[in-house]
Structure formats: C-alpha cells, structure tokens
Write a protein that binds this ligand. Structure first.
Ligand SMILES: [Zn+2]
Length: 119
C-alpha cells in the first residue's frame, strides 16, 4: 500500500545510494538548460560577438539584475526555466553579453553596488 512516508524514506535511501550519479545527472541537466538559454538569446554577445559560452552572461537590459535576483531569490535552474518558458518576454528584458562587455556596461551605467550605484 502507498504511503507518503515510505516513499520519502525510499527516495532518501535511493539518494544516498546513488548520490554521485544523481549529482552528475543534475549537472548535465543544468548545463543543457544553460545551453538552451544561450541558444535562445542568439549564442553570442550582442555588443562584440564573442561566442564562447563559458564567458557569456544573461544581462538585464535595464540594469540592476542583482537586485532582481535578490528579490526573487530564484536558483539559476528555475530562472533559466522561466526564461525559456516565455522567449518573447525574456528577449525584451534580457540580452546576452560576454563577461567583459557586461562589466563595462555595469560601470558605464553605475550598476556596480556601492554608494554611487543607481540600483
Ligand atoms: Zn562582448
């Protein structure tokens, strides 16, 4: 007979017995999701065209992304799912930048946390 407690117990035992395999699987799922998000945004920095995904970042066009992330406190996996669920909306709010262009944009628009920050 089904019991929620027994099911939780089984899941706990399964997790402990297969921790490494499950962590590898979770990392792959996260990597695939990130790849899909990067593809959705065109696969390259909109400022300079850099396309190495290791240094690509999703930028909030209006700036102050860290404030939004702090307010919603979403894990990146959940945030990526949200971005993919509504591509049109995502593309109006966000863009793909390489790390260099993103940091330069932050400084240019006073988005760096601190006393002079506009965020
Ligand atoms: Zn760039």
């Amino acid at each position: 007979m089904y019991s929620p407690e027994r099911r939780r117990e089984y899941q706990k035992e399964y997790y402990h017995a297969h921790t490494e395999k499950l962590q590898v699987r979770a990392k792959e799922a996260h990597r695939n999701l990130r790849r899909r998000v990067i593809e959705m945004f065109g696969g390259k920095c909109v400022y300079c065209g850099f396309s190495d995904s290791r240094a690509l970042q999703i930028d909030h066009k209006d700036g102050c992304g860290h404030a939004e992330r702090k307010a919603t406190s979403k894990a990146s996996y959940r945030w990526y799912q949200d971005l993919l669920s509504n591509p049109q909306d995502s593309k109006t709010k966000y863009q793909l930048l390489c790390a260099n262009c993103n940091f330069i944009k932050r400084h240019t628009h006073n988005e760096v946390p601190g006393p002079k920050s506009r965020c």
